[in-house]
Design a protein around this ligand. Sequence first.
Ligand code: ATP
Ligand code: MG
Ligand code: MG
Ligand code: MG
Length: 566
Amino acid sequence: MLASKLYSPTLREIPSDAEIASHQYMLKAGMIRKNGNGLYSFLPLGRRVELKIEAIVREEMDKTGAQEIMMPIVQPAEIWHESGRWDAYGPEMFKLTDRHDNKYCLGPTHEELITTLVRNELRSYKQLPLTLWQMQNKYRDEIRPRLGLMRSREFVMKDGYSFDADEAGLHQNYQIMYDAYTRVFTRCGLQFKQVEADSGQIGGSHTHEFMALAGAGEAEVVSCSQCDYAADIEKATPAPIEMAAETPGNVELIETPHCATIADLAEFLQIPVEKTIKAVAFNIDGKKTVLCMVRGDHEVNDVAVQNFVGGNAIEPATEEELKAHGLQPGYMSPMDADTPDNETFFVLVDPTAMNVPNGVTGANKLGYHYKNVNAKRDFKNVTVTTIRNMTEGDCCPKCGAPVNIMRGIEVGQVFELGTKYSESLQATFLDQDGKAKPFYMGCYGIGVTRTMAAIIEQYHDEHGIMWPVAVAPYKIAVLPLNMKDEEMASVATDLYETFLAQTPDVVLDDRKERAGVKFNDADLIGYPVQVVVGKDTKTNGTVEVKVRRTGVKEIVPKEQAVARVQ
Ligand code: ATP
Ligand code: MG
Ligand code: MG
Ligand code: MG
């Protein structure tokens, strides 16, 4: 490729809404352009990178025996009604209506489509296992599209779906995809972790996310400092709270007449409320109660918590109510303090968490709370099922060592779906025993365009991108310092052609620009190897080979340049 012909309009100024390196550099280097909120065009350099990632994914999928297909982006509403997800999916789904008033969506994912695609035609256990996959644009009307390709509304996803006769087969397929994804992200050069995750609204049970570790990540990863435990913060559960300490308490019953929410209460009591953590439900002598903890750096925004505080001392929560709020029942014995014989407690604990006095609980008496509650001391026989998010230094649930909290970018996820979709969509096969059975399904997604952003987040400096060779738009840039010098230009062109005979991944910067401009652009775009052709090339036949990532420069005879950049 000749740089003079390359369509990569570079920017001098970074648009003000680009907050993170990947977004900034892709815009600045002319790799992508924004066409609307969360909608991007890929210009030639960006498209090349995207295609390289696709190629890696395709090679690794081929190795597993999974077969590539292509399904429509526009999906009929009926199949989503059948699975029950037309409404459940929520406002993230782009919905549309055709001229005959038929309803459709733009596929945010394809579980429904693939399941109805194979039902009636994938009939026998003899055809199993089967894994089908595609590389396609996905559409999600994200509430907050942001950070460029990290969270866009149209993005490229590789999505795959496996069909098995039984659970053991599904486990096997899951492992095959898990391993393939590990190879994909390794080949992309990413530092990443496979973490245990919540399955969310897609359903299913067993699932891992692949998290590229980067400060710009929107997700949080809990990672043990000693063992291999790693989980999404949404999934990670701290070790249960220790038993009560045998220290005397100074629990105080105080009147709090006008407090409907945690925020009200905190203001009234003049205690800091910095974080609402997942509420915890306990079971006190067969009756349910909720323990809310407030700590750290979040807003008080948990509707469930607020509702329950609002309902303080009025009605103990039922199990259904707890579940409706995503809370899990657990067990807790009553407080040592002068507890009225009602059952509902609400606890506000100040920033440093459970074992610090100064917490506040509901008192099961309308308009009253307890102050100076130390949950560890004042609550006995506590068994916690769902609790706050883990924080730095908490004990690993597996080995007890302190955990670290890191930021991560979810670049992929694998799920064991089980029979959720095959049952709701009635996709069955005939098993060896002649009986019709629902498929055991798995689904597997890679955010291809998000992966591109994640790579830049990990590989950049103040000058621009430092692509790993495997995904670089071009591997080598030949940079003649002065194209007006005919001899220099001809040496550079010869060298370029020699490279070109070996690889298509080479650019000749044949623009009549100053050397400084060429160096800056080459660093910004992030070609892994730069070969500088200058005066020395003319006088003694040497070129300078610079490795972008390390900055290491080497002077070599131009005949050796090709061998040197292999
Ligand atoms: P997130 O938690 O970031 O919203 P998700 O869990 O909703 O992602 P999945 O349904 O697991 O996403 O989709 C598979 C992959 O698609 C994700 O792991 C991610 O890499 C990618 N992806 C999801 N949403 C987006 C988006 N809005 N923009 C770019 N890539 C995305
Ligand atoms: Mg999402
Ligand atoms: Mg997610
Ligand atoms: Mg996910």
